[in-house]
Design a protein around this ligand. Structure first.
Ligand code: MSK
Length: 663
């Protein structure tokens, strides 16, 4: 008899996988078991940039000095492969950002009547950073200028992208010194593809340096632009209650899922599902209402702003359909498994693609356009409603769900530490200096069927908070924590170390702060910049007691994110086998050389215990270099009174001057 191997660390997911196996329904977990990764490509040792190859650096040809047909060495090949991953990841985030900029422009021009500028304060803050006059001007005029200025960042040929100025001066100086300040987003991506084509750039360090320039165009360009425009259009997140896991689906209501990454259509769908005519239409089909849920990062977008529940991250997408309760799933771009259309045929689920850039064989296609967003959203919601009576196939019907607190934007984190008029990062810096908080870890990136999915996220989340490390999470890292029940203040009471628990209790926050979708890793950059500006820790991002970890990454976007953190000065640890592991020279450059130049090495480490030890070691070394109090659990330095909500309200009443800072 076949022995079931644990495929997901999430109990509810595991139950569905088992149910699927007993019903002969295949998922990514079985495919991952069947399709072992190619060991040559997986370690960066395969070159396929021309048709003399692919050249494989294996066996006797696996030495650093071995050469392909053109004479390219293994380090050249591994570096080129890495740079191409960075370019692809940067392209994905940034193309999303470009669409957001065009949506903002359309709204400003009155061409997208279903949208409006929701957060005028954020618009002004952004305008201030971009040197755009906003006082006394019509909101739409300011928004138009902001959109056009952002669009300049994509096509600029010379100079620098605007948002580099948000980084601490010393970080900017490092970028200039090493020639990695990006000029224009599209230019860096195009140049990365050119340099890595056959017969161009062959020097591994030179190649990887351009990789970092491209990655910075992603972090301080594409990702940051996407985050800010989304906040301007749909509101800057603040804490909101929601639920996570498969139990969010309702037996007696129409279940519609939004999946992918782009928030615009999902925002309108949120609105449409509460229209009385739509609810009445659902009732006419026998349902008690319309239940909207999310998946992956579109889920994170609507969870952060509206408390829409999430069924989880990347590896939950097939499992969600296997509950048998999903009447329709609408997808846009990125991280959508094409397998869902075949799978949906076994149930009654309709799969609807909506982006002009992305179609999947077997899916319905309803193309989204911002000029008729509501009309499209209604069409999609109606499809889900019409499909409700067709629910007949028995699914796995899992009812587990957990409460979640999400919505920690940079602005809210600043606010929660001092109120509206005295928002600051001072208390956080003080707590780190005193040793209450040992350091900060960004726990991000995908979940992956090649390991017991979400398991390494869960292990690191619990161990880090036990060690008084505050976690900021994004993307499927947040989903992994949310579907485990970790995103609540109670988590601090039950599992955090004494110092972190005290801070969380005083402010009333979870020890793991959900910052949003994977593009919202940019929020971590702005938080790190604000901490440097606040003083008392490092005066640049590099040297902070902070680490970025993507323990189960699978996407090229994750690689771009890891590299922009490294280039910004944050040590980065990725799980799994190294995609450049075949070359000791490339490994040395990405760890030792990047550490010397940027204080941001990038490691690949498959062992979760070693990941944890490495992260804590970087944090402790940073503390020692900054001459901070040595971290000892339960023993803190200088006392400091943290503000509770009542104290914050008092300060707000007493103050009258708005704070529109550069961050
Ligand atoms: S969705 S890139 S699986 S985080 Fe942003 Fe999740 Fe990774 Fe996609």
């Amino acid at each position: 008899m076949d022995k079931h191997i644990i495929k997901s660390a999430n109990e509810a997911a595991e139950k569905i996988i088992e149910w699927g196996e007993s019903h002969k329904i295949e998922t990514c977990f079985e495919r991952a078991e069947r399709l072992k990764p190619c060991p040559i490509g997986a370690s960066g040792a395969c070159c396929k940039v021309c048709h003399m190859g692919p050249c494989r650096f294996v066996g006797r040809n696996a030495e650093e000095e071995a050469r392909g047909v053109c004479g390219a060495t293994l380090p050249t090949v591994a570096a080129r492969n890495m740079v191409r991953m960075i370019a692809a990841g940067t392209a994905a985030h940034s193309d999303h950002a470009r669409d957001m900029a065009f949506t903002l422009l359309a709204v400003a021009n009155g061409e997208a009547k279903d949208f409006k500028i929701t957060d005028v304060r954020k618009l002004y803050r952004v305008a201030g950073i971009l040197d755009i006059e906003f006082e006394g001007r019509a909101v739409n005029d300011v928004a138009r200028d902001v959109a056009l200025r952002f669009l300049e960042d994509f096509g600029r040929q010379k100079g620098e992208i605007y948002y580099l100025r948000r980084a601490p001066k010393k970080t900017q100086e490092r970028w200039k010194k090493w020639g990695i300040a990006p000029r224009g987003i599209d230019r860096e991506i195009a140049e990365a593809m050119h340099r890595t084509s056959v017969g161009v750039d062959h020097e591994p360090d030179h190649l990887l340096t351009h990789g970092l320039r491209t990655a910075l165009a992603d972090g301080w360009g594409g990702c940051m632009i996407a985050t800010d425009i989304t906040d301007i259009l749909f509101g800057t997140p603040r804490p909101v209650k929601a639920e996570a896991s498969f139990g969010i689906f309702k037996e007696d209501e129409v279940n519609l899922v939004v999946h992918g990454h782009e928030p615009s259509l999902a925002e309108i769908i949120v609105d449409v599902t509460s229209e009385p005519e739509m609810i009445a239409y659902a009732q006419s089909k026998g349902a008690n209402g319309i239940n909207l849920g999310g998946m992956c990062c579109t889920a994170n977008e609507v969870l952060m702003r509206h408390g829409i529940p999430t069924a989880g991250g990347f590896t939950n997408q097939e499992l969600g359909i296997m509950t048998g309760l999903v009447d329709a799933i609408t997808v846009d771009v990125q991280c959508i498994m094409p397998a869902i259309t075949e799978l949906s045929k076994k149930f009654h689920t309709k799969v609807i693609t909506t982006s002009e850039k992305a179609k999947i064989p077997g899916a319905m296609h309803i193309e989204y356009g911002e000029h008729r967003a509501r009309e499209i959203a209604r069409e999609i919601v109606k499809i889900a409603i019409d499909n409700f009576p067709n629910r007949k196939t028995e699914g796995s019907h899992i009812t587990d769900k957990f409460p979640v607190i999400a919505g920690f934007s940079h602005e809210y984190i600043e606010y929660m530490q001092g109120g509206r008029w005295r928002a600051s990062f001072r208390p956080l810096n003080d707590a780190i200096m005193a040793g209450r908080i040992r350091g900060v870890v960004g726990l991000a990136g995908c979940d992956n069927p090649r390991v017991p999915s979400t398991g390494i996220h869960r292990f690191l989340a619990t161990e880090l908070i036990k060690n008084d490390v505050l976690i900021v999470s994004t993307g499927c890292g947040s989903a992994a924590c949310g579907t485990a029940g970790y995103l609540t203040p109670e988590m601090a009471l039950e599992n955090a170390g004494p110092g972190l628990r005290e801070v969380c209790e005083a402010i009333g926050i979870p020890p793991i702060l959900h910052l949003g979708a994977c593009v919202d890793n940019s929020r971590i950059l702005t938080i790190a910049s604000a901490m440097a500006e606040e003083g008392g820790l490092s005066d640049e991002i590099g040297g902070m007691p902070a680490v970025g970890i993507a323990p189960e990454w699978m996407s090229e976007k994750a690689i771009a994110i890891g590299c922009y953190f490294a280039a910004s000065g944050v040590p980065v640890i990725f799980g799994g086998e190294s995609p450049i592991g075949a070359s000791s020279e490339v490994t040395r450059i990405m760890t030792e050389v990047w550490w010397e130049r940027f204080k941001g090495p990038m490691h690949f480490e498959p062992d979760p215990e070693k990941m944890l030890a490495l992260a804590l070691d970087y944090i402790d070394r940073a503390r020692a270099a900054l001459k901070l109090k040595k971290y000892e659990p339960g023993k803190f330095g200088a006392e400091r009174v943290l503000l509770d909500m009542a104290a914050r309200r008092e300060i707000e009443k007493a103050s009258a001057k708005p704070h529109i800072g550069i961050y």
